[in-house]
Design a protein around this ligand. Structure first.
Ligand code: DSN
Length: 437
């Protein structure tokens, strides 16, 4: 039996409009600098699993305990994925079924809390996440959310405030993690406070779990009751969510995913997560994660030299948050001006931002994608200079020149462009799992 699909020619014949979107998006990815901190270029092996016939199977339940017949084959994929996640993250238990990071977080709320219970988490404008108790999300509508933030001036997590709020509000759950935190998090400090007030300790590691997988930064797993994450950021797997947890919480959390929150798992995505975990066990991936951080630090320095102030003074991770107030440009304008020149990043609120989130005083940049393309610290210096020119370019007169600089970089480091790059990315699977052509 041979591999069936993905067959792009069939897509072109059946639906040329959508085929055109697919090729246009690849051209867009290849034609610019992708600096969104939460994005990456997943490998051809992962894409093959995603485009496979595993998409067809309904498999409610877990390996060996399904509600439908015919699950004996997909059981193998899910069990391999679970075992690899446990090994990679040195965890007691893993669940790969959440469709996204938000879904994984919903499951954790469902497992441990009742509506109206109190949750303590980082505030969104200080770097948290929508699902950590913002009013527009289920987490803020159905739960009583209390937020800690960063100290004004120092801009790192205010651990004293977090502890004081925990003592005052006695939350049932404390959450660490977020979407715009450039520094390492002191998980031991959170664990101590959670123990003191009798709270569950959840880490939302969506942004940095890839750096943990590559052993480039410390792991939250020994400290947290449960660690939720997405598989598509630095981790470089398929779009999706997952969590690892302590053995004592496994049954409760699994039931919160299915049947409480989701129906059938997406077995093609589960299999793709398994492929990704195998890739993450390779020395090449570990080297990649160290380079992601080195690149983020080099880019931050280059942007600081352009007058953009790094929030917290720098970064320990894959992302940096830049305050643009010193150069008098809003985050919104900076995003637009960079986009016009082929540099894709996002506006972002900075702590104590005087602007509304739709304007914002900052931008967020990340290096997962450009590092996958093989760029290094020298390239980050060049990118910093290009961003500096783009954000100051009020009337667009410099956009063409900046775009030429972007072109030179992406042509030297094409996304999905070089066989040796693709091989390095999928190194751990290359010998025993030939890539489909
Ligand atoms: N949207 C993701 C990010 O960009 O960080 C988080 O959900």
């Amino acid at each position: 039996m041979t591999f069936w699909g993905p067959d792009f020619e069939q897509l072109q014949q059946v639906d040329p409009e959508i085929a055109g979107v697919v090729t246009d998006e690849l051209a867009r990815l290849r034609g610019g600098l992708q600096l969104i901190a939460s994005e990456n270029f997943t490998s051809p092996a992962v894409l093959a699993a995603l485009g496979s016939t595993l998409s067809n199977k309904y498999a409610e339940g877990y390996p060996g305990k399904r509600y439908y017949g015919g699950c004996e084959v997909v059981d193998v994929a899910e069990q391999i994925g679970i075992d690899r996640a446990k090994q990679l993250f040195e965890a007691d238990h893993a669940n790969l079924q959440p469709h996204s990071g938000a879904s994984a977080n919903i499951a954790v709320y469902g497992a441990f809390l009742q509506p109206g219970d109190t949750v303590l988490a980082m505030s969104l404008p200080h770097g948290g996440h929508l699902t950590h108790g913002t009013k527009v999300s289920f987490s803020g509508k159905w739960f009583n959310a209390v937020h800690y933030g960063v100290a004004q001036g120092r801009e790192d997590i205010d651990y004293d405030q977090m502890r004081d709020l925990a003592r005052e509000h006695k939350p049932k759950m404390i959450i660490a993690g977020g979407s715009a935190i450039p520094r390492l998090i002191d998980f031991a400090a959170f664990r101590a406070v959670a123990d003191e007030v009798g709270a569950v300790f959840m880490v939302d590691a969506a942004h940095f779990i890839g750096l943990v997988a590559g052993k480039a930064i410390p792991s939250p797993v020994p400290y947290a009751d449960v660690v939720t994450f997405t598989t598509h950021k630095v981790l470089r797997g398929p779009r999706g969510g997952a969590f690892v947890c302590k053995a004592e919480h496994a049954a409760k959390l699994d039931k919160a995913v299915f049947p409480m929150m989701q129906g059938g798992p997406l077995m093609h995505a589960v299999a793709a997560k398994a492929v990704n975990f195998k890739e993450c066990m390779s020395p090449e991936y570990q080297a990649y994660t160290r380079q992601v951080i080195a690149n983020a630090q080099a880019l931050t320095e280059a942007l600081a030299a352009e007058g953009m102030r790094p929030v917290t003074g720098g970064t320990d991770t894959h992302l940096a948050l830049l305050d643009l107030q010193g150069i008098g440009v809003s985050g919104k304008d900076a995003e637009f001006r960079c986009d016009r020149a082929g540099i894709v990043l996002n506006k972002n609120a900075i702590p104590y931002d005087p602007q509304p989130a739709s304007i914002a005083s900052g931008v967020r940049v990340g290096t997962p994608s450009v590092t996958t393309q093989g760029m290094g610290e020298g390239d980050m210096k060049e990118i910093g200079s290009l961003i500096g020119r783009a954000v100051r370019d009020e009337d667009g007169s410099a956009a063409e020149e900046v775009r030429a600089g972007v072109q030179a970089l992406v042509e030297a480091h094409p996304a999905y462009g070089r066989p040796e790059q693709v091989r390095a990315q999928s190194a751990s699977t290359a010998d025993d799992n030939p890539q489909p052509s």
